[in-house]
Design a protein around this ligand. Structure first.
Ligand SMILES: NC(=O)c1ccc[n+]([C@@H]2O[C@H](COP(=O)([O-])OP(=O)(O)OC[C@H]3O[C@@H](n4cnc5c(N)ncnc54)[C@H](O)[C@@H]3O)[C@@H](O)[C@H]2O)c1
Length: 272
């Protein structure tokens, strides 16, 4: 199918480099006829890669720290000016834990770092939604997505405080989903994505083992960033108008598995 997003306008947070999930989403949204503003934290701009994506997708870049209400106010105002009116979609593809980055175990968290990570990874989603609400920035039947991980439901020790941030993020989608649904038929969902080789993903200790385990456990194999981008396109399109307040697993079946033959074989090989 092509042209699924013809005429739709939006804001895409979190494209850092060509591995980023948001980068792939931007490419696919562009392919499907959508137009958008690209945004990232001012500090991420210094890496310069975003200009390449902006050129390729004919988009404008507006820097914003997603934890700053002032930056978000300016971002939504300028985005509507730039795109000529209200928005139909927003992607929140933002995550960071200082505790994970610095290898702090969950039983020894630094609470200043916890607060920073919680603000960037979860509260920023509320700030984005509240700013959009205040500016009446989203059109009827708009669609908002954020990216999550199954550590919100199951225990993954090395994911540390990011697990709690993701649980909070998913809850915001449900809580705000009610209000925005009633007000403007806007839908708000999270996608719980397979482990994916990106800058944020690779920051988790033992990531290679992690991704290999998930691959062996999932009957369909891990979902790639490209697969995730396709899923985002479907959720931004008019084909999914009644899906809201959900955490949608996009993980090749991983979240429903107990054990797989491939993982059993690995364990038996290791113990023989
Ligand atoms: N990679 C994985 O294994 C995986 C799995 C499930 C979910 N996710 C989630 O997907 C999302 C995207 O991550 P990714 O894997 O593409 O990695 P990524 O590192 O490419 O993207 C993370 C983005 O967050 C941005 N960011 C950090 N602080 C910010 C701030 N204050 N304001 C605005 N932006 C800020 C970064 O600049 C970066 O662009 C995250 O929410 C992540 O937790 C990733």
């Amino acid at each position: 199918m092509s042209g699924l997003l013809n005429g739709k306008k939006g804001v895409i947070f979190g494209a850092l480099d060509p591995n980023s999930i948001a980068w792939k989403v931007a490419e696919k949204v562009h392919e499907q006829g959508g137009s958008f503003v690209l945004t990232n934290a001012p500090i991420a701009m210094r890496m310069g890669a975003l200009n390449e994506l902006a050129e390729k997708t004919s988009s404008v870049i507006i820097p914003a720290d997603a934890t700053s209400e002032d930056d978000l106010d300016a971002l939504f105002t300028k985005s509507m000016d730039e795109l000529g009116g209200g928005l139909d979609f927003v992607l929140h593809s933002i995550g960071m834990s200082v505790n994970v980055r610095k290898g702090k175990p969950y039983t020894e968290l630094n609470y200043d770092w916890l607060t920073k990570g919680w603000d960037v990874s979860a509260a920023s989603f509320h700030k984005v939604l509240q700013t959009a609400w205040k500016h009446d920035a989203l059109n009827e039947w708009g669609s908002v997505l954020a990216l999550s991980y199954v550590a919100a439901q199951r225990s993954f020790p090395d994911y540390s405080d990011m697990a709690d941030n993701k649980a909070y993020l998913e809850s915001i989608a449900r809580s705000f989903g009610y209000h925005y649904g009633k007000r403007k038929n806007v839908r708000i969902n999270t996608i719980s994505q397979s482990p994916t080789r990106t800058t944020a993903g690779s920051g988790v200790k033992g990531f290679d083992g992690f991704i290999d385990y998930a691959e062996r456990m999932s009957p369909l194999g891990n979902a790639t960033a490209d697969d995730c981008a396709d899923y985002c396109v479907s959720l931004f399109s008019d084909l999914t108008r009644k899906v809201t307040m959900q955490n949608l697993f996009h993980d090749g079946g991983f979240s429903s598995m107990g054990i797989s033959d491939a993982v059993m074989d690995m364990i038996e090989d290791a113990s023989s």
